[in-house]
Write a protein of this length. Structure first.
Ligand code: ADP
Ligand code: GN1
Ligand code: MG
Length: 365
């Protein structure tokens, strides 16, 4: 990623309150660069989040901010508490992002006060809460006209295209790494037909396009520091038309695993059925009956698809020279790919149990 060179220049454009006191890098995302800005507002401390949008990933920052503004302003209409909705800060020029001299695009959000962010569930309740938050997100946006949103990353969860991109990276083999990943490639090739299953269900009318978040990792939910209840869904860059089941699935791939997504010791990586059931409960409670049975029954496919697709993306990046996801060690993306494929294999073993868990929530059992 192109490194931001002038965050302090950028921040001056935004209509934040108070005098800037402090400014530090923040968070652990793999795509954008985040900073925490602290200001003094007549003796009160105020906080803001300043982010450099990764424009090699999000090529149209205006489109992305339009999506975010459309969704946040809609959610705010019925919000019980402003802390429940991410609030973008406008610039002095009346825009929601600013491009600095080096071409880096910046935007600012109000910091959600008294919130914490966690990288993994520390209890079943945490995971349940994050499911509730993303389920409510589905529920609250169920009537939002999805055609108002544009794709901030075209074909983001088009798994057949992700598969094709992997095949291209194998063919090009720019780093000479294909020889190291024969087992992973065999595993993926053997599941080629699975790639189109959700798109096929969409064509068959069983899986409608909805507003989807598309990055439902637990660290994209803020929790209240005191009550530990989910307060706000953040990281809205990938909000666009998509499927409910992939929102569910991305959270499962990340949170129902017994180890982080980049754990090098695969013996520590397992798929936890209890966590799967917990998240299902939270998510479908949050959806409040807004999903029909046909969609509920595709939740396991969503979980397997997101895990499989993410593994494909990590492997593609590994073969392409680690240009997309931030890496901090040699083989980082390969380790990530391996954890995802292990989880896919375990989901296949637990398939009937996964189906039985979701069936309990169907109206027609
Ligand atoms: P990335 O795309 O890099 O994951 P995020 O938008 O998720 O970026 O932000 C990174 C981290 O910054 C989050 O995990 C969270 O800890 C923190 N964060 C982001 N927005 C806010 C906010 N409005 N209030 C409080 N913390 C925030
Ligand atoms: C990226 O930015 P972050 O870390 O929330 C990625 C997701 C992946 C995830 C894997 C825009 O999300 O799709 O699932 O890494 N976001 C984008 O950790 O590609
Ligand atoms: Mg994030």
């Amino acid at each position: 990623m192109k490194r931001p060179i002038a965050p302090l220049e950028a921040i001056k454009h935004f209509t934040y309150e108070g005098k800037l006191l402090d400014f530090t890098p923040y968070g652990s995302g793999l795509i954008n660069s985040t900073y925490l800005a602290v200001t003094d507002c007549d003796g009160h401390v105020k906080k803001y989040i300043l982010q450099a949008i990764n424009t090699s990933v999000f090529k149209d920052p205006q489109l992305l901010m339009n999506n975010i503004l459309a969704v946040t302003s809609y959610l705010l209409l019925d919000a019980k508490d402003p802390r429940n909705v991410l609030t973008p800060v406008v610039t002095k020029e009346g825009h929601y992002f600013v491009r600095d001299k080096s071409g880096v695009c910046w935007r600012m959000y109000v910091y959600v006060e008294d919130s914490i962010s966690i990288n993994a569930p520390e209890s079943k309740e945490d995971f349940y809460e994050s499911g509730l938050a993303f389920g409510r997100f589905q529920h609250d946006l169920a009537e939002f006209p999805v055609n108002k949103l544009k794709e901030s990353i075209p074909d983001f969860h088009n798994t057949p295209k992700r598969f094709e991109a992997l095949m291209k990276a194998v063919e090009e083999d720019v780093c000479g790494r294909v020889k190291e990943v024969k087992d992973e490639l065999d595993f993926i090739m053997a599941r080629k037909d699975f790639c189109s299953c959700l798109l096929d269900a969409n064509k068959a009318g069983e899986l409608p396009l909805r507003v989807s978040h598309n990055d439902t990792k637990i660290n994209n939910v803020l929790f209240d520091r005191d009550t530990r209840k989910a307060v706000c869904v953040i990281d809205l860059d990938t909000v666009m038309p998509g499927f409910s089941v992939t929102d569910f699935g991305d959270a499962i791939r990340f949170g129902a695993a017994t180890a982080p997504e980049d754990e090098p010791d695969l013996s520590k990586v397992n798929f936890d059925m209890e966590l799967f059931a917990t998240y299902t409960d939270g998510f479908l409670t949050g959806c409040g009956g807004s999903l029909p049975d046909s969609e509920i029954m595709l939740l396991p496919e969503g979980a397997k698809m997101m895990t499989f697709e993410c593994g494909i993306r990590f492997l593609t990046d590994y073969l392409s020279g680690d240009t997309y996801f931030k890496t901090t060690r040699k083989g980082h993306n390969l380790d990530r790919c391996r954890t995802q494929m292990k989880l896919v294999a375990e989901m296949e073993k637990h398939w009937d149990e996964m189906k039985a868990v979701v069936k309990k929530y169907c109206k027609n059992k």
